[in-house]
Design a binder for this molecule. Structure first.
Ligand code: SAH
Length: 398
């Protein structure tokens, strides 16, 4: 508020950045915001099956395209570290990849990086306190030349390094994963008026102790740089996320130069939605301008916009619905296997987790998967993006 009073209205992008990742007061910076006691729950937190499917996806691509080579798993915005933990557990079942993989986490939040370290470094048999101590005593390095700010050995064996930005991660063969990461990056909002398109700004509301949206009276640097409206555009609200475009460009460049593949999963659309900027507090929609820093801010990811920042030198798959991706990865078979050895309580959790992840009424349809890989011939698609064909063991002769 003080910043706006002194310097004038902020773009929504600056507002989001300030509210989410300001080092002193940013929403993500000082606490655990996930789970039933937090503000929102994400797929990896709902069921271990989610991370397992992504772990199998990464192993499968590695076997198909990079068998035997050293590979980095680079996760952007790892939250509590649950997805990375589930993926590393999958790798420990595949010794060929387990000895070749290292984990690289891009995380701006000191609080969350500590929670990730507790999860990934702690001995699975020791209690939380011991794991926390191990994490605290381990080496926290100063950032030198943009390298890692923390380095550990995970409880599964592979090393784990933390970075503030993707640009700091070594440029090597990698699998890039971003789950509910792109939606947290700052967006610019634009609104169509009778005078043309105007950027939506955040200003102090003189009527009350609070903030309000206003329209910029003329072009802004962001409207000049980022607003490209096609003549057939029917929407009157547009959201543009240049930070996500930068990530996609960087991942594309790295895949072209060093090889690799990526998977981004988020709620999103293919260029048909606008006006999706919103906040969540304690699992409920919240006014994004009320009590900044106490609620998560987010906007749907526009995958058609991101596709423009890939290149002809890579292959792009999706977006496809989460239900389809997980079903193609065999989540139904994994559920059956887990149910066979589950207690009654676990049984209920597994079923409800499965339904939440895959049901179109819950997360199955709104969440989409999008992948950029090294250039492949036309008939190759990574697992998950093609229908699962299962050999029927009961057929004659077997
Ligand atoms: N992937 C996790 C968490 C999603 S929330 C899950 O699905 O559960 C977004 C995550 O991105 C948090 O870990 C947050 O601290 C991190 N984050 C947000 N903005 C970031 C930025 N600009 N750079 C790096 N990490 C960021």
């Amino acid at each position: 508020m003080k910043r706006i009073t002194m310097a004038g209205p902020l773009t929504v992008a600056d507002y989001m950045k300030e509210v989410l990742t300001n080092p002193l007061s940013g929403y993500y910076m000082h606490r655990d915001v996930f789970g039933s006691a937090g503000d929102f729950i994400t797929s990896p937190e709902i069921s271990q099956m989610f991370g397992e499917m992504l772990g199998v996806w990464m192993v499968n691509e590695w076997i198909n395209c990079y068998n035997g080579q050293e590979i980095q798993l680079v996760e952007l915005g790892p939250g509590r570290g649950t997805l990375a933990d589930d993926m590393l557990r999958v790798f420990s079942q595949f010794p060929e990849i387990a000895s070749k993989v290292s984990l690289h986490l891009v995380e701006v939040s000191p609080a969350l990086s500590n929670i990730q370290a507790i999860k990934l470094v702690g001995d699975p048999d020791s209690d939380k306190e011991d794991a926390y101590q191990t994490a605290k005593e381990s080496k926290i390095t100063a950032i030198e030349d943009g390298g890692p700010y923390r380095e550990e050995k995970s409880k599964y064996g592979p090393s784990v390094s933390w970075y503030k930005s993707l640009a700091d991660v070594p440029e090597q063969l990698s699998c890039y994963i971003g789950h509910e990461f792109l939606d947290a990056l700052p967006i610019h909002k634009f609104h169509k008026t009778e005078y043309g398109w105007r950027e939506v700004m955040v200003d102090v509301d003189p009527q009350k102790e609070g903030l309000r949206f206003v329209l910029a009276p003329s072009d802004t640097p962001a409207s000049k740089a980022f607003l490209h409206v096609s003549p057939s555009e029917e929407r009157s609200n547009l959201e543009v996320c240049p930070s996500a475009a930068i990530i996609i460009q960087e991942v594309t460049k790295r895949i072209v130069q060093k090889g690799g593949y990526s998977l981004f999963a988020d709620y999103g659309h293919s260029g048909e939605k606008g006006g999706t900027f919103r906040a969540f507090k304690q699992h409920k929609l919240h006014d994004p301008l009320e009590d900044p820093g106490t609620a998560d801010l987010t906007a749907d990811v526009d995958f058609s916009y991101l596709r423009r920042y890939t290149s002809d030198e890579v292959s792009v798959f999706g977006p496809i619905a989460q239900e389809k991706f997980l079903t193609n990865m065999g989540i139904g078979y994994r559920l059956q296997a887990l149910l066979r050895s589950a207690s009654q309580d676990q049984w209920a959790d597994l079923i409800s987790g499965y339904n939440m992840l895959t049901s179109p009424q819950q997360m199955g349809e709104r969440f989409k998967f999008f992948s950029i890989t090294r250039k492949h011939s036309n008939d190759y698609a990574p697992a998950g993006f093609t229908d699962l064909h299962v050999k029927d063991d009961t057929s004659e002769g077997s």
